[in-house]
Design a protein around this ligand. Structure first.
Ligand code: T1G
Length: 676
C-alpha cells in the first residue's frame, strides 16, 4: 500500500504530503509518517524549511475517531505536535478544505500557516463530547486570543480562513488553485527567519471577566453538556501557565471526558448519522434519477417549509395550491422567512431574491408535468391523498418520483392509487420543515431501489439527516411518541401535573416536555372539532379554545411573550377528569415518570426493530436526536437504554404492567445491547 505520507524536495524545501482518504484523518500511519518527515527535515542540512500539505478534499480533519477506545499507537498526537513545533527549521501548514480538531492542532504547531480562502479551521471536539487534546487549548489562545479560542473550542463551529486570518490563526492566504506553490514560496521566504514563532511560547492577554462572560452568554446552549464547561475551565486555569504545565491539565480534561458516557454517546451519533445514509439492500452504486425540478403540492406551513429546503439548495420548485389566496399566503410566508434570515445577517439580499426566483407558484396540478420529484403536503386525510396521487399518475412524467409528506398514513395504500407504486415513497419532514434536520424516507413495499437511493441523495443535497423507515403507523419517530403521550396523560389522571412531567423531561435534556410540545404544535391538532364531545382532557381544553401557544392558553397559560405558567383552569379540568375516571391517585415520583414515559419508547423501538421498520437501532437514535431534540449527550433512546441497562429497562416496564418486546427481553436476558 502506498505510504500515506510522502516527502518530496523542491529546492531546499521539503514538501510533506498526506494522502489518507477520505479526510486525511490523523491515524497512526499518518502520525508515524509525519514524525519521520520532521526528522528528515532536521537531519538534512541541505533542507531549510518544510511544507505540510494534504491530497484530496481536505487538510487533516482531525484525529482518527475510529481509533478511539483502541490501544494508541505511537506517536500520539500530542507528542507529534510538540515534535513539529520543536523543529529547528520552520514548518509551514498549507491548508485547504477543513483543518479540524487535531488537524487544526497540527497547523497550530507549525510555525506558519497559509490557507486558501475557502478553507475552514475548527476545533469540533466539543461536538464529540471531548476537548482539543493535542495542545489546542494551549496554542490557540496564544495565537488568536482567549475569546476566539473559547468560541472555536467550546462551541465547535469552524470559521472561514479570512476570519481565522483576522484573528491571527492564519498568516497568509493563497490562491485557490496554487496552494502548494504559494506555500513553497512562502517557506522559502521565511526559511531563514528567526526566532521561529512557536505558538506555545507566545504570551497571551486575558481580558478581565472574559470566562464568566462567555459562560453566561452560552449557558443555555451548553446546558447539560460536560465538555464545553471543561474546555472553558481548562483554558481559564492554564492560560497563564507555562505550556508544559498547561498541557498536563488539558490532558487530564481530555481523559476525563473521553472516558465519560457523554462522549461515547456523541461519537455514537457521529457514526450513526452517517450509517443511516446506507440502505442495506440498495447497492451503493445504484444509478440515481436526475432531480432538476421539484413540485410541492400545498403551500401551508409544511409545503412552504419543504419548498424552502430545495430553493435554498438552488433547486427550482413549482408550488401548487387550490386557491389564489392560500397560494399568495404561502409564497408570502416563504419570502418573509428568507427576509427574516437576511435581517439576522444569515443571508444576503441577493440570496433571498435568488431563492424566490426559483419558485414558480401555480393553481394547476398540470404545471407539475415537468417535475422530477413531486412532494404532496396537503391535509392528513387518506381520501384526499389518494385523489391527488390518482391525478398525479396522469400528469407526472414517466420516472418522476411521487412522495407524500404524510406523518403516519400508509404509503402502500397511497402508492396503490397510482399505476407506478415503484415510484412512490414517503418523505416525512419535521416541522418547521426548513429548520428540523430529520427526514424520514418511508419505503413502500414496491418502492424501487433507485427511488430510495435518489431520495437519500436528495436528502444530502438539502442538508437533511435521512433515515429509512418502513410502513407502519407513525413510522419511527411518531410511533415512539405515542406510548409516551399515552402514559403522560395517564400520569395526569393519577396525580401528576403537566409541569411536573414536563420538568422531568426538560431536566433529562429534552428541549421541552410532552405538554409544552402539545401547546407548541397545537392542542387542536387531530381534534374532532366538536366542543360538545368531551372524552379526554385534550377535548376539554380544545373545547374551551385552549389550543396552546397560538391562543395563549393550552396546558399552560401564556403571557404576551409566550412565557408559560401553570393554569388553575387546567388543574380544575384535570381534577374533574380524575374524579370522573375514578383513577387511583398516588404520589407520582420523577423516577416513575421516567420509567413510564421513556422506557415504553425504548420498548416501541424494540418492536420497530423486530418488525424491520428501522434498519438498525442507531437509526432510531438518529431519528430522535434530529427529529425531536433528544439530548445528543445521551445518544438517542436505544443508546441511552444500553447505558441504563436493558435488564433495568425490562424490570421497570414489567413493574408498570407493560408487555415487553421479545427483542428487548432476549437482549436483557443475554446481557446484550442495542448498539453493539
Ligand atoms: N476520523 C475518522 N473518520 C472520519 C473522520 C475522523 N475524524 N471524519 C470523517 N470521517 C469519515 C466519516 O465517518 C465518513 O466515513 C467519511 O469520513 C466522510 O465523512 C486530539 C481527539 C471532515 C467535515 O470531529 O466533521 O481531533 O461513512 O460523510 O460530509 O484534539 O467528516 O464514508 O465510511 O462526514 O464531507 C475532530 C469530524 C476529531 C471532524 C467532512 N474532528 N468529521 O464532512 O463527509 S477528534 C472532527 C467531520 C480530535 C484531537 C481530537 C466531517 C468533515 P464513511 P463525512 P463530509
Amino acid at each position: 500500500m502506498m505510504s500515506v505520507i510522502t516527502t518530496q524536495r523542491q529546492g531546499d524545501i521539503l514538501v510533506i504530503t498526506s494522502n489518507n482518504p477520505p479526510v486525511n484523518a490523523l491515524g497512526a500511519a499518518v502520525r508515524q509518517g509525519l514524525a519521520a518527515a520532521i526528522e528528515e527535515l532536521n537531519g538534512d542540512d541541505s533542507l531549510k524549511a518544510a511544507v505540510i500539505r494534504c491530497e484530496g478534499r481536505t487538510f487533516f480533519a482531525g484525529a482518527d475517531i475510529t481509533e478511539f477506545g483502541k490501544p494508541m499507537q505511537e506517536p500520539g498526537l500530542p507528542t507529534l505536535v510538540d515534535q513539529i513545533e520543536a523543529s529547528e527549521k520552520p514548518v509551514v501548514a498549507a491548508v485547504h478544505g477543513t483543518a479540524l480538531g487535531g488537524g487544526c492542532e497540527v497547523a497550530l504547531a507549525c510555525h506558519y500557516r497559509i490557507a486558501v480562502p475557502s478553507a475552514k479551521f475548527g476545533l469540533p471536539e466539543v461536538k464529540l463530547g471531548i476537548l482539543p487534546g493535542a495542545g489546542g487549548t494551549q496554542r490557540l489562545p496564544r495565537v488568536a486570543g482567549v475569546k476566539f479560542a473559547l468560541e472555536l473550542a467550546a462551541k465547535g463551529d469552524p470559521v472561514p480562513a479570512k476570519v481565522a486570518q483576522a484573528a491571527g490563526l492564519v498568516d497568509r492566504l493563497a490562491d485557490e488553485d496554487s496552494l502548494t506553490p504559494d506555500a513553497v514560496a512562502y517557506a522559502s521566504e521565511i526559511a531563514a527567519a528567526r526566532p521561529l514563532p512557536r505558538a506555545s511560547e507566545k504570551p497571551v492577554q486575558v481580558e478581565d471577566g472574559v470566562f464568566d462572560a462567555f459562560r453566561k452568554e452560552n449557558a443555555r446552549r451548553m446546558r447539560g453538556f460536560d465538555a464545553p464547561a471543561e474546555i472553558i475551565d481548562v483554558i481559564e486555569q492554564t492560560v497563564s501557565l507555562p505550556y508544559a504545565e498547561g498541557v498536563q491539565r488539558e490532558r487530564a480534561g481530555f481523559m476525563k471526558l473521553i472516558m465519560g458516557t457523554q462522549s461515547a454517546a456523541m461519537r455514537h451519533i457521529f457514526f450513526a448519522e452517517r450509517k443511516a445514509a446506507k440502505i442495506d439492500d440498495v447497492p451503493e452504486d445504484t444509478k440515481l434519477r436526475d432531480i432538476k425540478r421539484v413540485g410541492v403540492i400545498g403551500a401551508g406551513t409544511m409545503g412552504g417549509g419543504i419548498s424552502m429546503n430545495f430553493l435554498s439548495a438552488g433547486i427550482p420548485v413549482t408550488i401548487v395550491e387550490m386557491q389564489q389566496e392560500a397560494l399568495d399566503r404561502g409564497t408570502g410566508t416563504i419570502r418573509k422567512n428568507y427576509e427574516a434570515s437576511a435581517a439576522k445577517g444569515r443571508l444576503k439580499p441577493e440570496q433571498v431574491e435568488g431563492a424566490m426566483g426559483l419558485l414558480k407558484p401555480t393553481l394547476s396540478l398540470d404545471d407539475l408535468a415537468d417535475c422530477d420529484l413531486i412532494i404532496e403536503a396537503v391535509y392528513e386525510n387518506m381520501d384526499v391523498k389518494k385523489d391527488i396521487f390518482g391525478k398525479l399518475d396522469k400528469i407526472a412524467k414517466q420516472g418522476a418520483i411521487l412522495a407524500s409528506n404524510t406523518s403516519y398514513l400508509n404509503i402502500d395504500e397511497i402508492a396503490a392509487s397510482t399505476s407506478r407504486p415503484q415510484d412512490v415513497l414517503g418523505l416525512h419532514f419535521f416541522s418547521p420543515a426548513n429548520v428540523m434536520k430529520l427526514l424520514e424516507i418511508v419505503r413502500g413495499a414496491k418502492t424501487a431501489h433507485d427511488v430510495l437511493a435518489t431520495a437519500m441523495d436528495v436528502a444530502k443535497r438539502i442538508k437533511k439527516v435521512a433515515v429509512v423507515a418502513g410502513v407502519c403507523h407513525g413510522f419511527i419517530g411518531n410511533r415512539m411518541l405515542m406510548p409516551r403521550q399515552v402514559e403522560a396523560n395517564k400520569l395526569l389522571m393519577e396525580g401528576a401535573t403537566p409541569q411536573q412531567i414536563d420538568k422531568v423531561h426538560v431536566e433529562f435534556g429534552m428541549p421541552m416536555g410532552p405538554f409544552q410540545m402539545a401547546d407548541l404544535a397545537g392542542v387542536d391538532i387531530g381534534w374532532h372539532r366538536d366542543p360538545t364531545r368531551i372524552e379526554s382532557i385534550r377535548d376539554a381544553l380544545a373545547a374551551e379554545n385552549r389550543w396552546g401557544q397560538k391562543t395563549k392558553a393550552g396546558f399552560y397559560d401564556y403571557d404576551d411573550k409566550r412565557t408559560p405558567s401553570p393554569s388553575p383552569r387546567v388543574a380544575e379540568i384535570i381534577e374533574e377528569f380524575r374524579k370522573k375516571s375514578g383513577a387511583q391517585q398516588h404520589e407520582v415520583t420523577d423516577q416513575e415518570i421516567v420509567e413510564r414515559t421513556l422506557y415504553p419508547m425504548v420498548n416501541e423501538g424494540a418492536l420497530i426493530l423486530e418488525e424491520g421498520m428501522a434498519q438498525r437501532a442507531s437509526d432510531i437514535d438518529v431519528v430522535w436526536i434530529y427529529g425531536y431534540g433528544w439530548p445528543v449527550y445521551r445518544g438517542g433512546p436505544m443508546f441511552w437504554a444500553d447505558t441504563v441497562g436493558l435488564k433495568t429497562i425490562v424490570e421497570g416496564l414489567e413493574k408498570h404492567g407493560f408487555t415487553v418486546a421479545k427483542l428487548l427481553k432476549d437482549k436483557a436476558a443475554s446481557g446484550g445491547r442495542f448498539n453493539g
